[in-house]
Design a binder for this molecule. Sequence first.
Ligand code: ZN
Ligand code: FE
Length: 255
Amino acid sequence: MGLTLQAIPCRTDNYAYLIQDIESGRVAVIDVPDAEPVRAALSAAGQGLSDILITHHHDDHIAGVEVLREEYGAKVWGAAADAHRLPRLDHALRGGDTVAIGKNTATVIDVTGHTLGHIAFHFADAKLAFTADSLMILGCGRLFEGTPAQMWDSLCKLMALPDDTLICSGHDYTRANAAFALSVDPDNAALRARIEQIEKDRDVGAPMAIAPLTLEKATNPFLLAGDAYFKRRCGFDAQPDISVFATLRARKDRF
Ligand code: ZN
Ligand code: FE
């Protein structure tokens, strides 16, 4: 408990996330697409930076890491499996490891699929999961390195988190994802209602890369690939979950 969250827009559609453990005052950032917007947010709040948590090796998630490490003396945490292509790690992580930011502890979840070695951070007490390019709002990351089976397995791990977990993803691809979701699942009333709400939220400038897991489970077609009623209404009768997922992912690539 006692964790604040700030979403920081970077580049055209990326997000960095700042979290602060209220009791200790320790501040960590999850992914650094650019140093400058993160630095600006820290100085506006008069904060230092103790830790940098990296989800995966893509440049749009790590480009600002070295600058912030130098400037703040922050410790860098990332996947051991990706150590050869990440900035130098102070702490190399495997699935099941924990990261403590003051009294708040995150469990590391291996969410291979978008890349091999992609990890997510789940802060159970604060009910936050930083999923970057694995589970995204109404979508999931493209499979650059992993197989559909690996990504499906990763999404199943995320679906097993408590329903009131807030998913904080790496990009705002929400509008494009919504259009695809609607093309697959036009009779999903919850999806239609959600898309209306998203457009309203966008008008008031709310961060577009964050949503409760429960809403994702009801409306994200990639999470619904294991749902019997979804399969029936979308023409996937009797297909195994994993082939439904693989078909959807391939269709989205061409959408
Ligand atoms: Zn990526
Ligand atoms: Fe990315």
